[in-house]
Design a binder for this molecule. Structure first.
Ligand SMILES: *[C@@H]1O[C@H](CO)[C@@H](O)[C@H](O)[C@H]1NC(C)=O
Length: 279
């Protein structure tokens, strides 16, 4: 007994759907909502997540798993319109007073004015390594991919696969490097109008609330994930000539603050890792 062509096409469709769900990211499976009640939502069968902020509260989520090295990708679409005073934080962090942390923070702005992407790196509980950037696109119109490549040699921050920041392992200069504390992924949307927009001068316009940011297509490539075989590039990843060129392009045209050039802030001398931060 054979299949009719109708039965055959139904079978093909069902198989195709099974493959698609197996490979699509699922927020229900990988993340927990940690605060903000109904303000944080997973929907479309776990393929989309949204965080929102109103006058009463923001919201947040965290990964179920911890990660130690890997490549972590997430697509975000940030709060549109007048988002001044709102901050969307997306970061990896371990726990405790000597924690390590890799930070992306998106500082909202008035309609038509650019977001600031604020980044920082904590090692053994010590941060103070801020770098800030404008983006070369409007991060509220579409989803864009924000990634971290973390291996024992370096940490690379990427936006749509363009490296924007490189933190090299500088243990030989006495700078601790994140390498034994596993990190979870966290994100939250909150109100920071006491400092975020022009140092707190522009206040959140609550008549525009709720403010909402969206997440999709989470991917984690680690040495234990099943897809690591085809995506193990992160383990050895160093910047090739083309990536270095793109990193220089970002740093030249879009970087608005770099702790490594802030001589006023470090009158005793710049932090040691700044010496090998040349690309
Ligand atoms: C908001 O826009 C102003 C004017 O372009 C800019 O100076 C500022 O850096 C932007 N970002 C924030 C978070 O204030």
């Amino acid at each position: 007994m054979g299949f009719s062509s109708y039965e055959y096409s139904v079978l093909v469709l069902v198989l195709a759907m099974m493959v698609a769900t197996a490979s699509a990211s699922n927020f229900y499976q990988d993340f927990d909502i940690t605060w903000g009640d109904h303000r944080a939502k997973m929907f479309n069968g776990g393929q989309l997540l949204s965080l929102s902020l109103d006058k009463v509260s923001g919201s947040g989520f965290q990964s179920k798993r911890e990660y130690l090295f890997g490549r972590i990708d997430m697509q975000l679409k940030l709060v549109a319109g007048n988002s001044a005073g709102t901050v969307t934080a997306y970061y990896l962090s371990s726990q405790g007073p000597t924690h390590d942390e890799i930070d992306f923070e998106f500082l909202g702005n008035l309609s038509g004015d650019p977001y600031i992407l604020h980044t920082n790196m904590f090692t053994q509980g010590k941060g103070n390594r801020e770098q800030q950037f404008y983006l070369w696109f409007d991060p509220t119109r579409n989803f864009h991919t924000y990634s971290v490549i973390w291996n024992p040699q370096q940490i690379i921050f990427l936006v749509d696969n363009t490296p924007i920041r490189l933190f090299r392992n500088a243990e030989s200069m006495g700078v601790p490097f994140p390498k034994n504390q596993p990190m979870r992924i966290y994100s939250s949307l909150w109100n920071a109008d006491d400092w975020a927009t022009r140092g707190g001068l522009v206040k959140t316009d609550w008549s525009k609330a709720p403010f909402t940011a969206y997440y999709r297509n989470f991917r984690a490539y680690t040495s234990t994930s099943s897809n690591s075989f085809s995506n193990s590039a992160w383990q050895f990843q160093e910047l090739d000539a083309n990536s270095r060129r793109r990193l220089r392009w970002v740093q030249k045209n879009f970087m608005i603050y770099n702790y490594c050039t802030d001589y006023k802030r470090f009158p005793q001398g710049l932090p040691p890792e700044c010496k090998n931060s040349k690309v």
